[in-house]
Design a protein around this ligand. Sequence first.
Ligand code: NOJ
Length: 489
Amino acid sequence: MSWWREGVLYQVYVRSFADANGDGHGDLEGVRSKLDYLEWLGVDGVWLTPIHPSPNHDWGYDVANFYGVHADYGTLDDLDALVADAKRRGIAIVLDLVPNHTSSEHEWFRDPAKRDWYVWTDEPNNWRSTFGGSAWTFDPDVGRYYLHNFLPEQPDLNWWNEEVRAEFDRILRFWFDRGIAGFRIDVAHGIVKDRELRNNPRLSRGDVRTERTYNMNRPEVHDLFRRWRRLGDAYEPPRLWIGETWVSDVAELARYYGANDELHLAMNFPFTLGPFRAPALRGIVEAAERAYTADAWPVWCGSNHDIVRFPTRWSRGDEAKIRCALLVLLTLRGTPILYYGDELGLEQVPIPKDEQLDRAHSRDGARTPMPWGPRSDGEWWIRHGDLTRNVEQMRDDPRSTLSFTRELLALRSAAPALQSGSYATVAAGPGVWAWRRGDSALVAVNLSDRRRIVRGVEGTIRLDTRQERNGEAVSGRLELEPWAGAIVA
Ligand code: NOJ
């Protein structure tokens, strides 16, 4: 038992969540002012996207000081106040750790004594930046090329240098000592590079694109996670490690849990980016269930700040489909991570080209301000989308998406089977995905356009996606309308 296994996590994109001082972007005081809401919703932990000083070439993922708080977001005192206030409500605060790279404006990058803290070469290999182009940029002051797996303003750190490891141990302790409950690790699979900087194999002959054999997912990264796990385990409660693990092979993914001595949660992107179809998602979940050891705990999410929000990508704005997705996310075995706005069914916002702020891809549409009310609450750094789905109006409507999500969370926290029960697929007709959680709960979701029947189901409907069958007795046959689902216990 641990708070994050049974619990639900909530990702806050700090810049867009809540603006306490009205200067156009979110801040820590804003997050604190919404703790009532988060407690009411029923989440157990909040992951904040990077809060550190940053020139924002990659919106905080280019960190210029790992020990500080960006002036836009407040001060260390504000963070301490947030952590303390959240703790009183039983909510843990998790930060984002960006160890793969720093900002090119970090003082380490300009310090000749710390040259070897970064990765340099005289002859660039064929590695490509995730954001396009060569992963190497010539630095005229140094007369050599430096590595950046992302923007040129994000030079990669050299994790073969023991000083870098020791410095990050200090950074981790600095935050853990302040009561931070854990970290989501950015580019977790990519931190350690091939020591010899070997060329990646090409995808095909003549193609500039390559596999990521030598710049990502190297075996040595696991030593680092074992080291960090030991460091975090020395705290009470032990600190949580969540990895942003972009690996497609489930056996590789399972390795990030180690022998219960590495990450606690390794994100499963094949699931997140999978098609919203019963056989595909069921197959991915079953594969994880088979590949993970008994100690390894899955984690599921549908949206984040890098991809198209699931109400658009999976559900195309269709309310019935949005609810099916929420039901799946919150009842599989594992920890769900809701991205702010998921609970409203918030959709991706189209951002006109001339308003795009993201230099990498167009990820802005997943980063728009949290709609607290039906009207725009001032000028934000980025435009609001449609405000029809907003907290103020949905909160008091028992039939809203928000109320449905909240009911799901409440049911989950009251039902040990939904929190920690085992997962077992139940045979069901085409387009239907049904599974048992432990001995006492069954979840079924009809991801098809036809009415379907799941057989062999006994019990009472505790919640259905249309919120109209609560308390209905089921004996033998569970009928499901198209794009509807239910929990029976
Ligand atoms: C993953 C983060 O989620 C993304 O926003 C960022 O651009 C890259 N890592 C680089 O830090």
